[in-house]
Design a protein around this ligand. Sequence first.
Ligand SMILES: [Zn+2]
Length: 535
Amino acid sequence: MKLTFLGAAKCVTGSCYMIETNDNKNRFLIDCGMFQGSKEIKELNYADFAFNPADIDFVILTHAHIDHSGLIPKLFKKGFKGKVICTSGTVELCQVMLPDSGYIQETECERKNKKYLRRGQKMIEPIYTAADAYNCLKYFQRVDYDTMIEMTENIKFRFRNAGHILGAALVELYIKENNELIKIVFSGDLGNKDQPIVKDPHQIETTDYLVLESTYGNKVHGIRDLQKKREQLCDVINYAYKKGGNIIVPAFAVERTQDLLVDLNILIKNKEIPIFPIYIDSPLAISATEIFQRHHQYFHNQVSEYNKNGEFALLFDNLKFTKSAEESQELNKVSGGIMIISASGMCDAGRIKHHLKHNLWRENATVLITGYQAEGTLGRRLIEGEKIVRIHGDSVMVKAEIIKLEGFSGHIDNPGILEWLSSLKKKPIKTFIIHGEEDQQLGLEKSIKENFGFDTYIPALREMVNLTNAEVKGLDSEKYKRLRANITEEYFAQYKAIKQNLKELMKLRLNQNQVSELYDDLKTLEKVSRKFLVK
Ligand SMILES: [Zn+2]
């Protein structure tokens, strides 16, 4: 079969992998995510798919994050007619996240078109609308974790818990070809162990091929222990509260916000932080919190216990939800003493931008960064210490204190990945490292080689590999490099000799025929080497 890396290859976002069986009968996707981050990266969302959506049989969706699910409405809009298969948590989160993403596309497009109109340029259409997103949701099919799903006689798969966020899964995929059963594991996004809500990721024992995420492949989270993370949060809140300003927390609407709520609830109940107004100012985070309340079955024991006692782990008295835009704008008038948890987590869209605009210039304000900040985002610029940032076309001085909380990441770190891999009883034929920036991928590759001696490969965007073809099974980059070096070395040695001979020849008195004969010889040589490669 063929595996093509259509996103999150040498970058973090846009997860999308296509599997095509060798008999050409089946073609399906693992995830169909949106590219996020810099303007250049986001442009990729407007490009045509690298395949005909009508030819795709189904989509296996690992989790609801937009960089994994965000182009599914576009896929339907362009002719896809199959099912999207995912866990129940993922379906429900997609029911709010995809229409929200559609709405963001519409507003972004409207803003761009105003600019294009002024410049007399061609107008664009949104990638998809909220209505497109609602329309495709009826094709989502819920399946349970740990249950084998037979898609065809020769293709089956099973979701396993991946930690990370509610409903997130890794995929154990089995494909039978030429009487050979091949197993491929897609890690999806793997979470850290010991999270406030979700369970630890499932560990696998065998696979022929592994497609492994590397978001934090070269990092070690400062704090790994849940209790220590809570203590850190406690210290930072007490410190920031004493300064008198507002505490602004950009947080991913799904999972990070709810994790924070569990932590805050525990700190308040233990009287470790003062009781002051805490606002969840993100319609998406509010809807997601409601979904979490319906899915206790995914929670690990400690939180489930909480719920059994009748005190819900995510709710407390001084927690307020601001749904309407008016309520959100009221918060802009408050100069201190409140905490606002708002999305987007990377500060590049949504209500958080307003709160940053109204608080970044205040010396007594604090911004708590709780998660990954992609290259090119406002959040990344803040942690890199920029003194003036632009928000909604205005320049804003950064006088607030920016504090990055350690260990509050939805992604597993380097020691975590190595521990996760340690359950494998035998080396995979090939481990593809995806979903990471270059330094993270290279760092992870190095430690995997050092610790386990796995054969690893970092695929490029749109690169295709053949998983049954012996040549690619042995897609041996070291061997390739050595042979290529031999060829080029010999070629240059011979080229020098040929050049010397030509020089000597040119010193002779040649007629026109002899010159064109030499020219033909050189042409033939070029043709022969080209022909060889095309073969
Ligand atoms: Zn994710």
